[in-house]
Design a protein around this ligand. Structure first.
Ligand SMILES: NC(=O)c1ccc[n+]([C@@H]2O[C@H](COP(=O)([O-])OP(=O)(O)OC[C@H]3O[C@@H](n4cnc5c(N)ncnc54)[C@H](O)[C@@H]3O)[C@@H](O)[C@H]2O)c1
Length: 371
């Protein structure tokens, strides 16, 4: 199979969907890889590194779409790319179609085979191609919280871990899933006093087992959140209710009771945010202040650490991409239920129920297209 790696064109996106090491694996398996000039530059991978791994460098996205059997990406295809996608071509990337009708209609029109990273799902319900980005965002949330606690950044001037003889900061993490676990782990490692909240008692039991002694697990409730935010130096929003907007857990009234110069990091901002006062910000202008509380609400946090994020993402995507390349999309979906769940739009038909429902389109189970 010929695999195409275009340069990302979405604003502030520095990741690339395959590293030179991934290209080498593809080539060793008998595939050809076309890489658009400078596709890896934002993540620190040169065209030379790709060439040494066996890729062919091409100048334009047009050449990628014209030549490849499978085009991979990080972000969804954007309007300038819609007409380049060919019938029967595999498009393998984050699509997030249920929130994007124009793209859904463009992919239906293309008659391509569109497989979404975010709906590939393991038997235990976990989402293996979303997990690495949640790990990055969770760990980064503490880094950002620590930075914006500094006085020059508008913060209270508190060192997260304290020093001998001086109390550490108090960090409240709301949501103990992948983001929350990783955030709490980082905060604990730095020596902060950490409260980790979730609604799921089994999850709290697990977290209580594995987290260090400076992490206190608590059942999440409005009353607990109201009490904790008063003493917090940093609050991390890390909740997710699948398929729904994030609940507004820290209200404007609670904000008024918080310490001036404390920091809210709303990682759940991509689902609308879990603080009433959150609104999405960018890496260029990441924070704003309300009632003296610094808000950090960047919707694509992993983009700021593009190299780590690229490596983490490609570690997770490569085995799936390789299986699709080796067996073809039908063979891969017949052999691997996880990849089958990634099927969103195939040959003009919507094969993912939530996407069909979002826009009142006909849903066709992918099984019907596999013979
Ligand atoms: N901003 C970014 O760059 C970025 C990057 C990655 C993930 N995210 C977002 O971060 C959020 C969390 O992702 P995740 O991978 O950790 O999800 P997850 O499903 O692993 O964890 C979510 C957790 O929230 C808990 N929860 C639900 N309601 C709660 C409540 N009222 N109080 C406390 N806990 C509650 C759930 O029980 C679950 O354990 C999602 O919205 C995700 O889209 C954002």
């Amino acid at each position: 199979m010929i695999i195409g790696i275009p340069r990302e064109i979405k604003a502030e996106e520095n990741r690339v969907c395959m590293t030179p090491a991934g290209v080498e694996v593809m080539v060793k398996n008998g595939h050809e890889v076309l890489v658009e000039k400078s596709a890896g530059a934002g993540s620190g991978f040169t065209d030379d590194a790709y060439t040494r791994s066996g890729a062919k460098i091409v100048d334009t996205p047009k050449q990628i779409y014209a030549g490849a059997d499978m085009v991979m990406h990080v972000k969804e295809p954007l309007p300038p790319e819609y007409d380049l996608i060919r019938e029967g071509q595999i498009v393998f990337t984050y699509l997030h179609l249920a929130a994007d009708e124009p793209q859904t209609r463009a992919l239906i029109k293309s008659k391509a085979v569109c497989i979404a990273y975010e709906t590939i799902q393991k038997a235990d319900g976990s989402l293996p191609l979303l997990t690495p980005m949640s790990e990055v965002a969770g760990r980064m949330a503490i880094q950002e919280g620590a930075k914006f606690l500094e006085m020059a950044q508008g913060g209270r001037g508190i060192l997260l871990g304290g020093v001998p003889g001086v109390e550490p900061a108090t960090v409240v993490v709301i949501g103990g899933g992948v983001v929350g676990f990783n955030a709490a782990k980082m905060a604990c490692g730095l020596g902060a006093k950490v409260y980790l909240l979730d609604m799921n008692l089994d999850r709290l039991r697990y977290l209580s087992d594995v987290m260090p002694a400076n992490c206190f697990t608590l059942m999440s409730s409005p009353a607990t959140i109201r009490t904790l935010v008063k003493k917090a130096d940093v609050v991390i929003g890390a909740v997710l209710i699948p398929g729904a907007k994030a609940p507004r857990l820290v209200t404007r009234d609670m904000l008024k009771t918080m310490k001036k110069g404390s920091v809210l990091v709303d990682v759940a901002i991509d689902q609308g945010g879990c603080f009433e006062t959150s609104k999405a910000t960018t890496h260029g202008d990441p924070t704003f202040v309300i009632d003296g509380v610094v808000h950090y609400c960047v919707a694509n946090m992993p983009g700021a650490v593009a190299k780590t994020s690229t490596l983490a993402l490609t570690n997770a995507t490569l085995p799936y991409a390789l299986q699709i390349a080796n067996q073809g999309w039908k063979g891969a979906m017949q052999a691997n239920e996880e990849i089958k769940l990634g099927a969103n739009v195939i040959n003009g038909k919507v094969t993912y129920k939530a996407v069909a429902e979002a826009f009142g389109l006909v849903y066709t189970p992918v099984g019907k297209l596999l013979n």
